[in-house]
Ligand binder design. Structure first.
Ligand SMILES: [Zn+2]
Ligand SMILES: [Zn+2]
Length: 217
């Protein structure tokens, strides 16, 4: 768990056999927050939120893949809070979460229709904190990144990983779009930005700009 001076806190819980980094974010003065990508294991996730002392207001989705979005519909039912995001270009993925679950052996996952879609430049607020939305297509066409400027922090989903980038061998994936989004939309935010990726360890943009082999070819 990490809380910054900027009034923003976050904590990561890997869920599903894909070790997807479900990410709890909150406003430290009101303890109101949101969960990004509740892919599954809702019992563990709810316990995690409770231990952090956060009141969940929103479910946020980076993109429509089953390991990220699989638990969103059921969590919305349990807590009566809205599902927000990703960009509507991922609607076709959210309509086939159950099909993907069968393919990958993930049980208890559900298709989900978000209450609100997100677009580039949107803002998502909880308490006195907010995340800016950056549309970063390529891994999926509707992928979004959540960015908190005061904390110098981003949740980049499956766009960028420490030492790697997102897969682009899915329907409507596009490798050039992915690299373009990373180089022209994410890295310019600053070398000091720390990020949580959809899988694996945290990183910072400076390290990736200098050392990520997929950005330096
Ligand atoms: Zn993905
Ligand atoms: Zn993923």
């Amino acid at each position: 768990m990490s809380e910054t001076e900027s009034g923003f806190g976050f904590s990561v819980l890997p869920v599903t056999p894909f070790e997807q980094n479900a990410t709890l974010v909150w406003c430290t003065s009101t303890m109101r927050g949101a969960i990004i990508d509740p892919g599954g294991e809702l019992g563990r996730l709810r316990e995690f939120v409770e231990q952090a002392g956060v009141t969940l207001e929103k479910i946020l989705l980076t993109h429509g893949h089953v390991d990220h979005a699989g638990g969103a519909s059921e969590l919305r039912e349990q807590l009566s809070i809205p599902v927000i995001g990703p960009h509507m270009a991922d609607a076709f993925w959210l309509d086939r979460v159950e099909e993907a679950g069968r393919m990958y052996g993930l049980h208890g996952v559900h298709n989900v229709k978000p209450d609100h879609w997100l677009g580039d430049g949107d803002k998502v607020e909880f308490g006195e904190a907010a995340l800016e939305v950056i549309h970063a297509p390529g891994h999926t066409p509707g992928h979004v990144v959540f960015y908190n400027p005061p904390a110098r922090w981003a949740q980049v989903g499956d766009v960028l990983f420490h030492g790697s980038v997102g897969r682009t061998d899915f329907p409507l994936s596009n490798h050039d779009d992915l690299i373009d989004a990373i180089i022209n939309k994410l890295l310019p935010l600053g070398d000091d930005i720390e990020f949580v990726a959809g899988h694996g360890p945290m990183g910072n943009f400076g390290d990736e700009r200098r050392n990520n082999p997929f950005l330096n070819s």
